[in-house]
Design a binder for this molecule. Structure first.
Ligand code: CTP
Ligand code: MG
Length: 171
């Protein structure tokens, strides 16, 4: 059982990295960065808002794919086979899910950074799983496990980013 959960974590790792990395890209690109929606609005509300930038997106894709590349060197026997193609798919899925979450939050008049529990922690995961579905299939138990532990991990990594002063909110 534990082994099945470890395999699920191994498989989803690039998505986790891709979801956590954009804040670093945001800082690196600095004033050269641009919001993904270019500040445009839809019905008077931001399409995605200033928390979704091209620098963050690029860095997230890069970091998630790099994580997959590193994983290929440490591929354990019997674990889902990692490769850069899969890692890129998982990263694109994670970042699309994250942007989709912001799109929904802006429609609901949630300001940038305001949390919407559930969507914030699971949107990226669900999109990553769907995007990578054609390449690798997890069991229902493994998916249920990821849906349960991801919110906990998410709060944990946010807390670390907060303590490192990368984020203003601890959650
Ligand atoms: N970030 C980015 N580009 C992305 C995703 C994230 O630059 N595509 C950076 C932003 O600095 C963002 C931070 O990472 O503020 C944290 O990401 P997230 O929590 O997803 O954004 P929020 O600021 O909470 O904005 P939103 O309310 O739209 O989710
Ligand atoms: Mg947030």
């Amino acid at each position: 059982m534990i082994l099945e959960f470890a395999k699920a974590v191994w498989f989803i790792l690039p998505a986790f990295i891709a979801n956590a990395a954009p804040i670093i890209g945001y800082k690196i690109f600095g004033k050269f960065n641009a919001p993904m929606d270019f500040g445009k609005k839809l019905g008077g509300k931001p399409i995605l808002g200033p928390g979704k930038t091209w620098g963050g997106l690029l860095f997230g894709l890069f970091a998630g794919t790099l994580a997959g590349l590193v994983q290929t060197f440490f591929q354990p026997q019997g674990f889902p086979l990692m490769n850069t193609h899969l890692a890129l798919l998982l990263s694109v899925g994670a970042l699309t899910g994250d942007a989709f979450g912001s799109f929904i939050k802006r429609r609901l008049d949630f300001a940038r950074g305001k949390s919407l529990p559930g969507l914030d922690q699971l949107g990226f995961l669900i999109f990553a799983l769907v995007f990578a579905y054609p390449l690798a299939k997890l069991s229902l138990l493994q998916i249920a496990f990821l849906l349960m532990v991801t919110p906990v991990l998410h709060v944990g990594t946010n807390l670390i980013a907060f303590l490192l002063k990368l984020k203003k909110e601890w959650y």
